[in-house]
Design a protein around this ligand. Structure first.
Ligand SMILES: O=C(O)c1ccc[n+]([C@@H]2O[C@H](COP(=O)([O-])O)[C@@H](O)[C@H]2O)c1
Ligand SMILES: Cc1cc2nc[nH]c2cc1C
Length: 349
């Protein structure tokens, strides 16, 4: 599907299915809402899929892997070559996200959407790394749209293969710089407030990172009301690819799980492109990267975990899969008040 076709297919969640799911929870033999957000999320998933019989079927993690030209400016502690090394490790079970996926019973799909060199993973390369936004726009508008469509295409393929939920992850040295730049524009914040140390940057490095972001925004003047313009000028291919996964999930009625900072920025972009996407986003954890909380507040979707994780790759998103499985085991398998001859116990609704 093209971006345009995708946007036409996105509608708000199904309220009738949500009401049926809520009614089922309220009949389960336990005090009302005693599984809290676990219950709310199952109700939301019913609304996403349009079916109160919630079955996640197969679980996936899509990891968008890309390089960022801005690393030339010294905004990161790590060498650019790390992107490709980790990206290729995902399929060898030598990366953290692949080990977590194995444990959670999920399949991992690393995608080369813009690694700076050739790689052996699934090829959807839009370009060999973005341009250095300190000097020129990171990419053209056409390339940003192409990256969004890679994400949409991944969702269509996974739906076809029987996946019922998709987690988003990324691997890309320098992507906390692009994420902070996009956040600064979309949330109208000073770059100093939304920029952190990424994968471990020194004090002087952080100052440089903030000034590079500030100057790039001043140079390109991305339009806050046009998220695709923001992605193209100061964003990254991984962020755009994940934003495409959020858009595709909403169009295909598949829940999409947000991970840490970079993935939450992608969710924010997708929701700014099409507000109804929000109904299809599940947030997983509050990354240690400082701007994440601001984005989560702007998204206004509660998160499950707050445990100072900040690895990316989709690690936080995959960590909530076993929690969702547990919630669904109760939702689908727990006895009801009527089973227990507890009809006289009328839960307060
Ligand atoms: O997900 C997060 O919240 C997160 C926070 C900080 C760093 N990361 C990961 O670290 C890499 C980017 O860090 P940096 O310092 O090179 O911009 C990238 O591969 C991300 O997956 C991820
Ligand atoms: C080794 C390494 C692994 C990562 N995974 C996500 N970001 C990363 C950054 C580094 C440096």
């Amino acid at each position: 599907m093209t971006l345009e076709e995708t946007l036409e297919k996105i509608h708000p969640a199904d309220k009738t299915a949500m009401e049926a799911a809520l009614a089922h929870w309220n009949n389960i033999a336990m005090p009302l809402h005693s599984l809290g957000r676990l219950q709310d999320t199952v109700v939301r998933i019913a609304g996403m899929t349009g079916n109160a019989r919630v079955d996640l079927k197969k679980k996936a993690l899509v990891v968008m892997c890309a390089d960022n030209g801005v690393v030339e400016e010294g905004v990161t502690q790590s060498g650019q070559e790390v992107t490709k090394i980790v990206a290729e490790n995902f399929l060898k079970e030598k990366a953290t996200a692949s080990i977590l996926c194995k444990k959670a019973g999920a399949d991992i799909f690393p995608v080369d959407i813009g690694i700076a060199t050739d790689s052996t993973i699934l090829q959807h390369k839009v370009m060999y790394g973005t341009k250095n936004m300190a000097k020129e726009p990171a990419m053209t508008r056409e390339q940003a749209v192409q990256a969004l469509e890679v994400g949409i295409h991944m969702v269509e393929e996974l739906k076809e293969k029987g996946y019922g939920i998709i987690a988003t992850g990324e691997m890309g040295i320098g992507n906390t710089t692009t994420s902070s730049a996009v956040t600064a524009v979309l949330l109208e914040q000073d770059p100093a407030k939304v920029t952190g140390r990424g994968a471990g940057l020194s004090g002087t490095g952080l100052k440089k990172k903030i000034s590079v972001i500030r100057d790039a925004i001043a140079l390109h003047k991305p339009k806050k009301e046009d998220p695709i313009d923001v992605l193209a000028k100061v964003g990254g291919l991984d962020i755009a690819g994940m934003a495409g996964v959020f858009l595709g999930g909403a169009a295909c009625r598949i829940p999409v799980v947000a991970d840490g900072f970079i993935s939450c920025v992608a969710a924010l972009c997708a929701i700014r492109i099409c507000p109804a996407v929000k109904d299809y986003v599940i947030t997983s954890h509050k990354s240690k990267e400082p701007a994440t909380m601001m984005i989560l507040e702007a998204l206004d979707i509660p998160v499950f975990l707050d445990c100072d994780m900040c690895l990316g790759e989709g690690t936080g998103a995959v960590t909530i899969y076993p929690i969702l499985d547990m919630a669904l085991a109760v939702y689908g398998g727990m006895c009801t008040f009527s089973d227990n001859q507890m009809e006289n116990y009328v839960p307060l609704v």
